[in-house]
Write a protein of this length. Structure first.
Length: 373
């Protein structure tokens, strides 16, 4: 089970990966269109092949990250997050320096207008869309803008200085906008997870007995109806055992209800520990009475489980005031049936209850069962 912080990080990483998915092909597509429209592979092959190689490496890294995360979305969260963030920032730095190169190099003068349109668009879109990450929110637009802002300042002419100032203002605006979207995202995701946790807690509280932490009567009734239908459909046996603590009223009278509640908690934990299958249901039926629903379990298997429970409860040592050692026993009644859709499902409970009273009437601390199959 992941901690709250880990769940947040997993959710954020998956969201960031989904949002960044379009960038895997966008940079490459724009580059291919620009490069072949202006025939850079002929006019300036060194520029073309260098940038094509870098973009191809970034593309392969992003594709590998995407499929690895898709295969296992919870593995090495910190490493996968660092990988994605670093690759995105490398892509931003590459595009920023490529823009600076185009502005600086007279051989690429024809590309300056188009690149000065595309680069701010990439910076604004990427910073806001990927603002989940604090690093990307700030460094992504900075790595795109600062290289060519520096180049514009270096050139020093009036037009370049004006573009440098305007671009710097744009960069500050991106920082402000992306911070707002970053805060909104984390507030939303935190509230969403808190709401989910509260819903799970409410569901657990509605089906759990507060004293024993076993399932409650309402949950048992629902499971019983469901398993009756399932076993009817599969034509498999359904067993039910009912457990009652012997002379429990005397424990409450002699030692008090606080100690009696502790006895119920200890016995509940002991009974629950003997039931291994997730399909089985252990519930507090009322007072000092418990019930265990055992789908696809015949009379013999139910009897073996009941005997283990009787032995385990009898071996419990309950300490009163750290001095007296109190022992307690239980009686168990069981019933097994191969359900039928037309049959009365209450008959299984009545039979198990009748078997329980027979066990108590014949000496207690024992198991008795009836087979309705």
């Amino acid at each position: 089970m992941h901690s709250y912080h880990e769940q947040l990080q997993i959710h954020a990483l998956n969201d960031l990966t989904t949002r960044a998915k379009s960038g895997i092909v966008t940079y490459g597509s724009v580059w291919v269109i620009i490069a072949f429209s202006y025939q850079l592979h002929i006019i300036y092959p060194s520029f073309f092949f260098l940038n094509t190689g870098i973009l191809l490496g970034i593309f392969l890294s992003r594709i590998t990250h995407f499929f690895l995360l898709k295969r296992n979305s919870t593995a090495q969260i910190s490493l996968m997050n660092q990988w994605l963030v670093l690759t995105i920032l490398i892509a931003a730095a590459h595009w920023g320096f490529m823009t600076a190169w185009i502005i600086f190099d007279d051989k690429l003068a024809e590309l300056r207008t188009i690149i000065l349109i595309i680069t701010p668009a990439f910076a604004i879109g990427g910073a806001c869309n990927l603002s989940i990450s604090s690093e990307i929110r700030t460094l992504y637009p900075a790595l795109m803008f600062i290289p060519f802002i520096g180049t514009l300042i270096y050139q020093g002419d009036t037009e370049s200085m004006m573009l440098a100032v305007l671009t710097s203002i744009c960069l500050l605006y991106i920082f402000t906008s992306s911070k707002a979207t970053h805060n909104d995202y984390w507030a939303a995701i935190t509230n969403h997870m808190v709401a989910e946790e509260r819903a799970e807690l409410m569901e657990k509280l509605s089906t759990t007995d507060p004293l024993t932490q076993l399932k409650n009567r309402m949950f048992f009734d629902t499971e019983f109806a469901k398993e009756w239908k399932r076993c009817s459909r599969l034509k498999c046996p359904l067993s039910l055992i009912m457990i009652d603590l012997d002379f429990f009223k005397g424990i409450n009278d002699n030692y008090g209800h606080v100690f009696g509640d502790e006895c119920l908690r200890r016995v509940s934990a002991t009974i629950g520990s003997k039931v291994a299958r997730p399909t089985d249901c252990v519930a507090r039926y009322g007072g000092e009475e418990f019930v265990v629903l055992l789908p696809n379990t015949d009379k013999k298997a139910a009897a073996m489980l009941a005997q283990r429970m009787i032995k385990a409860v009898a071996e419990l040592e309950l300490h009163y005031n750290d001095k007296d050692v109190v022992h307690i026993t239980c009686s168990i009644g069981g019933a097994t049936i191969t359900p039928d859709f037309k049959a009365d499902q209450g008959s299984l409970i009545k039979t198990a209850d009748s078997a329980l009273y027979h066990a108590k009437d014949t000496g207690r601390n024992r198991y008795y069962s009836e087979d309705l199959s």
